[in-house]
Write a protein that binds this ligand. Structure first.
Ligand SMILES: C[S@@+](CC[C@H](N)C(=O)[O-])C[C@H]1O[C@@H](n2cnc3c(N)ncnc32)[C@H](O)[C@@H]1O
Length: 220
């Protein structure tokens, strides 16, 4: 499968314009900046120090940037991360090889490309403390119960895929989280936040990454 549409975002890091959905994988203001703020700062870092192991569910593996930055963040920490990620439409290896994340983040590109290359539905040890499983399945097949500390909710926006921000999937997200678990996302749409509340989340709106006024955190 051939993917095209790589472009440079405001912080110099790449993103992709999806032909299928007509939307970009990240903020055009900066892909790395967005991941750092929404998923690392408000997701991973908010749970560091609470336990020796953290389990993360990612909604939309896409380019693999969120996974790569999580791997980097925990590299020298004595913590185990169990990372599960769903992606129904994987990018091609040809595309993954062109992405500039390993270069910009100063990491061996093999660590990044291996996450794209490996089989679906199997656990892989990417580094000594990063356990990684990806699923080539649609989000609506998710059926975890009380399993995750953090959800990186990184689907395309409600403008493109409104069904992914509606109550049925939010109920699945709520169920998948452990007590005190959090869902973090770049989206701050009112209807989405009401859906989170309706299924039981406590909702917090916080400042977004550069170029975005607000983002959302849901707590179980
Ligand atoms: C915003 S992008 C994810 C960005 C990604 N986290 C990254 O770091 O590059 C959304 C992803 O969701 C995937 N996707 C869209 N609809 C889906 C569905 N129903 N089930 C599973 N994956 C889906 C897309 O192919 C895309 O890769």
């Amino acid at each position: 499968m051939k993917n095209s549409g790589i472009f440079e975002t405001g912080d110099g890091s790449h993103s992709i314009l999806s032909e299928k959905f007509g939307v970009t994988y990240h903020s055009k203001h900066g892909a790395i900046q967005e991941t750092q703020h929404v998923f690392i700062k408000h997701g991973l870092k908010s749970k560091l120090g609470t336990s020796h192991s953290i389990s993360i569910l990612e909604i939309g593996f896409g380019t693999g940037l969120n996974a790569l930055m999580t791997l980097l963040e925990i590299k020298d920490l004595s913590i185990q991360v169990d990372y599960h990620t769903y992606e129904a439409y994987p990018i091609s290896m040809e595309t993954a090889k062109q992405l500039n994340y390993p270069k910009l983040l100063g990491i061996d590109s093999k660590k990044f490309l291996i996450m794209h290359e490996i089989d679906f539905e199997k656990e892989h040890l990417i580094s000594n403390n990063f356990h990684f499983t990806k699923y080539k399945k649609s989000f609506d097949t998710i059926g975890f119960v009380n399993q995750f500390d953090i959800i990186y909710f990184d689907a395309y926006g409600p403008g493109q895929q409104p069904e992914l921000w509606d109550k049925p999937l939010m109920e699945k997200m709520f169920l998948a989280l452990k007590k005190d678990g959090i869902l973090t996302t770049y989206c701050a749409q009112g209807a989405f936040k009401r859906n989170l509340k309706a299924v039981g989340f406590t909702v917090q709106t916080v400042p977004g990454p550069p170029g975005k006024r607000e983002m959302t955190i849901g707590k179980k």
